[in-house]
Design a protein around this ligand. Structure first.
Ligand code: GAP
Length: 453
């Protein structure tokens, strides 16, 4: 069967990610660990750029948000109070014929008869709840008291630390607590590359407010989050806002939006923006017996704050960036013949390497030492890469394929051999247009920083 263009595109993306060191399957040499991924040298840079930019706009550029970094190991009482121990499950069905474990909603139903989507078998178990949390044991005792969980979301440590952070930060409502970190879910069916993983990272903000502000802030955060995606180079045409209908929303939520993205494998959730009312803080207040109320100096009222939560996935954002950036066009090779060029058109702000520096020839010492001098000159400002091997056109292609937005070439003109006015200038090439301009070396940091920040 012929694969659809989207499936072919996804295959090329996965292969590029491995070939160029963005993402590898975890424990690959042992056959791989399903649902876990390792980010390679370029992947880790891209991921950091996403997280750093999120932190910059959500924490550093605001007066009303502070950050925290909570533990992954979580007390069972926290997750009992939040409802995860009882309710964080997917209904699951086993196929007795091919032994596949399926989410109940994946089972095919034809004329009232349930069928396995893998083998077509009809011998299926009844749906049973399957808790998605990873349970572990802390300390030497092997009884109930030693149970802990790997957190299934970062949000709960924010709720549990709400009072401490309120006291130390002396913030007034509305204000938020932000966190970026790992979360773990024993997904029944990890799939679509990193999209549904068992270990992943979240970027979450819990924005506490007065009850009457909740609905307005839900709209506000939806818009802010859309702006964020546009500012990292995700095209608005590929983003969609789904209003989660009443029957699909958690019972305590008064409104939820899903921000979705058109991946090659379909339109899927990137982020949830939910108005969670006072549910979480009230649950923890009840279960812990500790007051999580806020005292409003102006009205002299005491109440449990409500919360609006924009909750985004780091790995899904990285995957959306790679999928959106991947493109193929035509460029001339060394002999002027047109060939296919693979380009990752990352926004310069997100690109793992910002600028590559090349000596035109590797066997001409002055070119090499000048290029290395420029690398050292740029390094305090950005992530740069030095490459001297192969024809210059090949070197450009290698950088295009990993999304490096700028290339600097040191050539004989840099020494003013033919034209003294060109002394200490280099060519600066832009990845997408492939246009080249001649710029003074001393101006490079200013020009590049203004284009990448
Ligand atoms: N605190 C709310 C919460 O965790 P969620 O919709 O379950 O809400 C938020 O998760 C975001 O975390 C999702 O929109 C997604 O980006 C990311 N996420 C959730 N499960 C994931 C998984 N299995 N693999 C990768 N990312 C995931």
């Amino acid at each position: 069967m012929n694969k659809s263009p989207d499936a072919q595109r996804m295959e090329k993306i996965v292969s590029l990610c491995k070939r160029r060191g963005f993402i590898f399957q975890s424990s690959e040499i042992y056959g791989g660990l399903n649902g876990a991924w390792d980010y390679g040298p370029l992947g880790v840079e891209l991921k950091r750029n996403v997280k750093n930019y999120w932190w910059r706009v959500m924490v550093h550029e605001r007066d009303d948000v502070v950050g925290m970094d909570g533990a992954i190991l979580t007390h069972p009482q926290v997750l009992k109070a939040s409802g995860h121990v009882e309710g964080f499950s997917d209904p699951m069905v086993d196929c007795r014929t091919c032994k596949a474990r399926l989410r109940a909603d994946q089972v095919i139903e034809k004329k009232g008869i349930r069928q396995c989507p893998n083998c077509g078998g009809r011998d299926l178990t009844e749906p049973r709840p399957f808790n998605l949390m990873f349970q572990t044991q802390m300390g030497a005792a092997a009884d109930e008291s030693s149970i802990a969980y790997l957190r299934p979301e970062t949000a709960q440590s924010i709720f549990v630390q709400f009072k401490n952070i309120l006291e130390v930060s002396r913030k007034k409502l509305p204000f938020g607590i932000a966190q970026i970190g790992k979360a773990f879910r024993n997904e029944i069916n990890p799939r679509n590359f990193t999209f549904r993983s068992r270990e992943f990272e979240q970027m979450e903000l819990e924005y506490f407010c007065r009850p009457e502000e909740g609905m307005e802030l839900l709209e506000y955060w939806k818009e802010e989050r859309l702006k964020f995606y546009e500012n990292i180079g995700i095209s608005r045409d590929r983003l969609h806002v789904k209003t989660v209908p009443d029957e699909e929303r958690a019972f305590y939520s008064k409104g939820t939006y899903d921000i979705e993205y058109d991946f090659p494998f379909g339109r899927q959730e990137l982020e949830g923006v939910a108005y969670r009312t006072d549910y979480d803080l009230s649950q923890h207040q009840k279960a812990s017996g500790k007051s999580l109320e806020y005292f409003d100096e102006e009205t002299k009222q005491r109440f449990v704050p409500h919360v609006v939560e924009p909750s985004a996935g780091v790995d899904r954002t990285v995957l959306a960036l790679i999928c959106g950036a991947y493109s193929e066009d035509e460029a001339p090779d060394e002999k002027g013949k047109m060939e296919t060029r693979i380009v990752l058109r990352f926004h310069p702000r997100m690109a793992p390497i910002k600028c590559a520096v090349f000596p035109l020839l590797k066997n001409k010492e002055p070119l090499v030492s000048k290029a290395q001098e420029i690398v050292n000159f740029l390094r305090p400002h950005m992530n740069v890469f030095y490459d001297e091997s192969g024809a210059i056109g090949r070197r450009y292609r290698r950088q295009d394929e990993i999304g490096t937005p700028f290339g600097v070439t040191v050539d004989f003109e840099t020494f003013g051999e033919k034209d003294a006015a060109l002394r200490d200038t280099v060519t600066l090439r832009e990845r997408d247009s492939m246009k080249q301009e001649r710029v003074p070396v001393k101006d490079l940091p200013g020009i590049l920083v203004s284009r990448i920040s």
